[in-house]
Design a protein around this ligand. Structure first.
Ligand code: GLA
Length: 367
């Protein structure tokens, strides 16, 4: 079994390198692609789940550090239940009561999260082997991943052709372009589920990270974490991140929504000037290393999740144990349960339409 460590020494700046990452449960070979930009910033992506396995970016002294959680070989991802770094589909986050109605027909999905469907069902896109292709990029290194999700897969209608392009730019950004087409009316909500800790591996919890979210409203949830349909003002709540605020300041507050989420596990309604235009969604700064992450997206929402379900039972890269709140996720998305919420922005995709969304994770540092 090949491991990250065994996959070789640091790659040449401005290069893409391929190594074996092991085998999927069905015997398919899984590769690990390492994209290195001209500054030596490096992202490793697995064809299993399209997972971002590692992402090494500089701190304020120029020292590279891995800022995402993950595993050393494909086996960790095969047994993973936390969606570390993966592409999520066909429908990111939850669909209430594991069903929805489209064109008068009820579609029944797997109940893989209590009564609900989470992140595409029992075998979401995070458990698929994607077809890789190195493609040219104007400003950096790019890897295309494609996957065909069959009509009826996990209960969803329509053959869906999915294409995800990861581009590591020379300005230290990881850009993700998601596209898809279908041959029947369906629903779609693609995202990436990277768990970030900007202080680097094994550095404890993320409560000291400083977060800003460009949202005036969020979508409160019920006890199954399904949105109630309300768009609630963040003003006067622990969900007000309109000004830079420590993640930890209000995470244990006596607030109904914080209690339901076990911390933050909520969709924020992004403030945006024009739909479909890429805008800043969130900014995170880590004071010890000075690392800054900005998330830009064309999506209307972002799920801020504080790793509340991580419980120390999983050992990741370098034998580090992933404990509660040792990472945060910022999953760009359409709102959870949109197929059952006619007032939320639509997640329908019909034949002849092209689904295209873009999210950019930009890295920099601050003194
Ligand atoms: C999303 C969900 C969380 C949790 C994680 C994966 O962020 O909103 O509730 O399921 O995925 O563990």
């Amino acid at each position: 079994m090949s491991t990250l460590a065994a996959s070789g020494a640091a790659a040449r700046p401005g290069s893409t390198k391929k190594a074996s990452f092991g085998k999927a449960p069905d015997g398919q070979d899984v590769d690990l692609y390492t994209l290195t930009n001209k500054n030596g910033v490096e992202v490793a992506i697995s064809t299993y789940g399209g997972v971002v396995v590692s992402l090494k970016v500089p701190d304020r002294n120029g020292k590279l550090g891995d800022v995402v959680l993950g595993f050393d070989s494909v086996d960790g991802y095969v047994s993973d239940k936390s969606y570390f770094g993966a592409i999520i589909g066909r429908y990111g986050n939850r669909i209430g009561h594991a069903q929805f109605v489209l064109d008068g027909k009820t579609y029944t999905l797997a109940k893989n999260n209590g009564e609900n469907t989470l992140h595409g069902g029992n075998k979401g896109f995070n458990k698929a082997v994607w077809t890789p292709k190195e493609i040219p990029a104007k400003d950096g290194q790019a890897l295309e991943l494609t996957y065909q999700s069959k009509d009826g897969e996990e209960g969803f209608p329509g053959n869906l052709q999915v294409r995800v392009v990861y581009t590591l730019t020379d300005s230290n950004a990881l850009r993700i372009d998601y596209s898809a087409t279908t041959d029947k009316n369906t629903v779609i909500n693609l995202t990436n589920h990277s768990y970030f800790n900007l202080a680097g591996p094994g550095s404890g919890d993320i409560l000291g990270h400083v977060l800003t979210i460009e949202a005036d409203k969020f979508t409160p949830v019920d006890s199954g974490l399904i949105p109630t349909g309300e768009l609630r003002e963040v003003a006067g709540t622990p969900f007000d991140f309109r000004k830079p605020t420590l993640i930890g300041t209000r995470i244990n507050s006596d607030d109904e929504q914080i209690k339901l989420g076990g911390g933050y596990d909520h969709n924020f309604v992004l403030r945006r000037k024009m739909a479909a235009q890429i805008s800043l969604a969130a900014r995170v700064m880590e004071p010890k290393t000075g690392r800054v992450l900005e998330v830009w997206t064309t999506e209307p929402g972002i799920q801020f999740y504080t790793g509340n379900f991580l419980d120390g039972s999983v050992q990741g890269k370098g034998n580090i144990t992933y404990t509660k709140r040792s990472a945060f996720c910022l999953e760009t998305q359409h709102f959870p349960d949109s197929p059952n919420k006619p007032k939320f922005p639509s997640t329908e995709l019909n034949p002849g339409q092209h689904y295209h969304t873009t999210t950019i994770y930009k890295f920099s540092t601050e003194k």
